[in-house]
Design a protein around this ligand. Structure first.
Ligand SMILES: *[C@@H]1O[C@H](CO)[C@@H](O)[C@H](O)[C@H]1NC(C)=O
Ligand SMILES: *[C@@H]1O[C@H](CO)[C@@H](O)[C@H](O)[C@H]1NC(C)=O
Ligand SMILES: *[C@@H]1O[C@H](CO)[C@@H](O)[C@H](O)[C@H]1NC(C)=O
Ligand SMILES: *[C@@H]1O[C@H](CO)[C@@H](O)[C@H](O)[C@H]1NC(C)=O
Length: 267
C-alpha cells in the first residue's frame, strides 16, 4: 500500500480533516528537512537529512520499517559535530498540531558509514519535550483553544534544539527526529508521527578532557529497535480521552539516555 492510500484510509478511520485535495500539503502537517548545529542551519534542505518521499504526511503504522526514517528515505551527506553541541531540526511548514517532540540516536556499526547504515541496530531516546500545565493567565502560552488543560511542546514551532549528550561516543550515527501529534490519538492507530533522520559524525567535544564531574563516554542505552519501539496501545500513543481534556501525559519510549536525563517541558 502506498503512502497516499494509507493516508486516505487514515483520513477516514481517524477522522483527519482533508482541507484540500492536495494531500501532501494538508494543513498542519510538516516534515524535518534541515539540520541545525549550534544555532545555525547547516546546508540545504535534505543535504544532511535523509530525503524521504512522504512529503509532509504523517506516519500512523508504528510497525512499518518506514517508521524508522520515513518512506523511501535516501542516504544524505554526513555532518560532523562535537559531542555536547546544540543540535536541532528545521521544520518544513510548521508543527501544526498539539503533541510532543522526541529524538532517537543510533550508532552505525564499526566501519560502517552513516550513509550506509540502515538503522536496523539499537536506538536510544536522547530527548523528550512534552507538555506543561497551561498557565491560563499567560495567553501566549495557551496554544490550543482556551481552556486546554495542558500546553503542548510543539504547537506551531518551526524548529527545535536540544543538546547532543556530551558523553556521546565518537562515531557515525543516525539522528531521528520524531514529532508525535496527539489530536486523534484517542483512537487506535491514529496518533500521527512525523519522522526524519539526519546523518552525523560525532567527534570528541571541545572540552572532552573535562566532560564534567561524573560524565564519561558511555554506550547508549537502553536500546530499542525501530520499528518495535512502540506497540500502538501504550500511554502517550493511545490516550484515554480527547487531547484537550488530558490532565497529564506520559511520553512513550525507553528511559532517556544518558541515565538521569530529564524530560523537558515548555514554560
Ligand atoms: C515512494 O517510494 C516508494 C518506493 O520507491 C514508492 O512505492 C511510492 O509509490 C513512492 N511514493 C510517493 C508518494 O511517491
Ligand atoms: C503565568 O504567567 C504570568 C504572565 O506571564 C506570570 O506572571 C506567572 O508567573 C505565570 N505563573 C506560573 C505559575 O507560571
Ligand atoms: C504492532 O505489532 C505489535 C506486535 O506484533 C502488535 O501487538 C500491535 O498491535 C501492532 N500495532 C499496530 C498499530 O498495528
Ligand atoms: C491522567 O489523565 C487521565 C485522563 O484525563 C485521568 O483518567 C487520570 O486520572 C489522570 N491521572 C492522574 C494521576 O492525574
Amino acid at each position: 500500500m502506498d503512502s497516499v492510500n494509507a493516508m486516505l484510509s487514515n483520513t477516514i478511520l481517524c477522522g483527519f480533516a482533508l482541507i484540500s485535495s492536495n494531500i501532501p500539503t494538508a494543513l498542519g502537517h510538516w516534515t524535518y528537512s534541515r539540520l541545525i548545529v549550534n544555532d545555525e542551519v547547516v546546508g540545504e534542505p535534505w543535504q544532511y537529512i535523509r530525503h524521504h518521499n512522504n512529503s509532509n504526511a504523517p506516519l500512523t503504522n508504528v510497525n512499518s520499517t518506514d517508521f524508522r526514517c520515513n518512506v523511501d528515505a535516501k542516504p544524505a551527506e554526513t555532518y560532523t559535530v562535537h559531542a555536547g553541541d546544540e543540535l536541532g531540526f528545521g521544520i518544513n511548514e510548521h508543527f501544526g498540531h498539539p503533541g510532543i517532540q522526541q529524538v532517537y540516536l543510533s550508532k552505525a556499526p564499526e566501519g560502517v558509514a552513516a550513509a550506509d547504515y540502515d538503522g536496523s541496530g539499537g536506538w536510544a531516546r536522547v530527548y523528550s519535550l512534552t507538555s506543561s500545565p497551561t498557565n491560563s493567565t499567560n495567553s501566549s502560552s495557551t496554544n490550543g483553544d482556551d481552556g486546554d488543560i495542558l500546553t503542548w511542546a510543539t504547537h506551531n514551532i518551526q524548529n527545535f534544539r536540544f543538546t547532543l549528550p556530551a558523553s556521546t561516543p565518537p562515531g557515525e550515527y543516525l539522528l531521528r527526529a520524531e514529532g508525535l501529534a496527539i489530536h486523534a490519538a484517542h483512537k487506535w492507530a491514529c496518533a500521527q508521527f512525523y519522522v526524519s533522520c539526519a546523518q552525523i559524525k560525532v567527534i570528541a567535544g571541545e572540552n572532552a578532557s573535562n566532560l564534567g564531574a561524573g560524565v564519561r563516554e558511555g554506550d547508549l542505552g537502553p536500546l530499542v529497535k525501530i520499528p518495535g519501539v512502540y506497540r500502538g496501545d501504550e500511554p502517550g500513543v493511545l490516550i484515554p480521552v480527547f487531547w484537550s481534556f488530558l490532565t497529564n501525559y506520559t511520553a512513550p519510549g525507553p528511559a532517556l539516555w544518558p541515565e538521569g536525563t530529564q524530560e523537558q517541558h515548555v514554560v
